[in-house]
Design a protein around this ligand. Structure first.
Ligand SMILES: [Zn+2]
Length: 255
C-alpha cells in the first residue's frame, strides 16, 4: 500500500494510519539493521531458530532504542488462541509469558513483540481506552478467527468499541505465494472463496474481512501489501528459506 515507509537504522515499515497518532508507536521490522550472521542475517528476533543469543539480544536492544521504548514483551508463539494481558511492567519478561499468540498491554513504553516469517503480525490500538494489542496470525489463526477473538477480548476486558480501533496487517505471505495444496483438509469451506488461482489464497483479504466483520472501520484498517516470500530480500521467509530468522513487529503506547 502506498504510504508505508521504511526508516533508517534497524529498518522498519510503518502504517500511515497509525503513524500520525500521538500516543502510539509501532514498527514492522525488516531483516535489515541487526548483527545476526549467515542465514539469520541480520535483525533476527527469535531465540528458537538456532541463532546466537547475544546477537538476538543486541537486535532487540536496537529495535527498542529505535522506537524509544523501555522494554519489549514477547512470548513463545504456538498458533493457538490464548492471550496474555499485561497490566504491570513485571509481567512483561518473556519467561513469564505462557504460550500465547495474542499480546495486550496498557503499560506505557512497553513494546509488544510478535515474531514471524510469512505469518501476519496484526497490531491494534484503542485510543479511547489506551490499550494496544499485537497478534501472531498464521493460517491456523485465520481458521479460528484469532483477529475476531482479539476484538472480542478487548471489548470484554476494556470496554473497547470496535469502531474506535485502529488495526494494521504487516508484511506477510501474499496471494502471489500463499499456496495450500491441502486446502480442502486445512481450510473450512468459508475460506475456499479466497482462492485466487488453483491452490493459491489471498490471506490478506481473509484478515481484512475478519477485521471488518469484527466491527473495525475500513477507514481505520491498513494492510501493508508486502509479500515476505517474493518481495525484495528485506524479510525472512520460512517458505522460501526454511532455515532462517524471524522479523519482529512491535506496537506500544508512548511512555
Ligand atoms: Zn509473494
Amino acid at each position: 500500500m502506498a504510504g508505508w515507509q521504511a526508516t533508517d537504522g534497524p529498518r522498519y515499515y510503518r502504517s500511515p494510519k497509525l503513524t500520525g497518532l500521538p500516543e502510539v508507536v509501532h514498527g514492522f521490522f525488516t531483516r535489515q539493521g541487526g548483527m545476526s550472521p549467515g542465514a539469520y542475517h541480520s535483525l533476527n528476533v527469535s531465540l528458537a531458530v538456532g541463532d546466537d543469543p547475544g546477537a538476538v539480544a543486541e537486535n532487540l536492544r536496537r529495535m527498542q532504542q529505535a522506537l524509544g521504548l523501555s522494554g519489549l514483551a514477547g512470548a513463545a508463539q504456538v498458533h493457538g488462541g490464548r492471550a496474555a494481558v499485561i497490566t504491570s511492567p513485571d509481567q512483561a519478561r518473556e519467561e513469564n509469558i505462557p504460550e500465547v499468540d495474542i499480546l495486550v498491554t496498557t503499560v506505557p513504553g512497553l513494546g509488544l513483540l510478535i515474531k514471524q516469517a510469512d505469518c501476519q503480525a496484526v497490531v491494534f490500538y484503542d485510543p479511547v481506552n489506551r490499550v494496544v494489542a499485537n497478534v501472531h496470525c498464521g493460517w491456523r489463526g485465520q481458521v479460528h478467527n484469532i483477529l475476531g477473538e482479539t476484538v472480542r477480548l478487548l471489548q470484554a476486558r476494556f470496554g473497547t468499541r470496535p469502531g474506535d480501533l485502529y488495526a494494521a496487517v504487516g508484511p506477510s505471505l501474499g496471494p502471489c505465494c500463499a499456496e495450500f495444496k491441502n486446502f480442502r483438509r486445512e481450510f473450512p469451506p468459508a475460506l475456499w472463496t479466497y482462492q485466487v488461482r488453483p491452490t493459491y489464497f489471498d490471506l490478506w483479504r481473509v484478515s481484512r474481512d475478519q477485521l471488518a466483520a469484527a466491527g473495525i472501520s475500513p477507514a481505520r484498517l491498513d494492510l501493508a501489501g508486502l509479500c515476505t516470500r517474493c518481495g525484495a530480500d528485506d524479510f525472512y521467509s520460512y517458505r522460501r528459506d526454511r532455515v532462517t530468522g524471524r522479523q519482529g513487529a512491535v506496537i506500544a503506547l508512548k511512555a
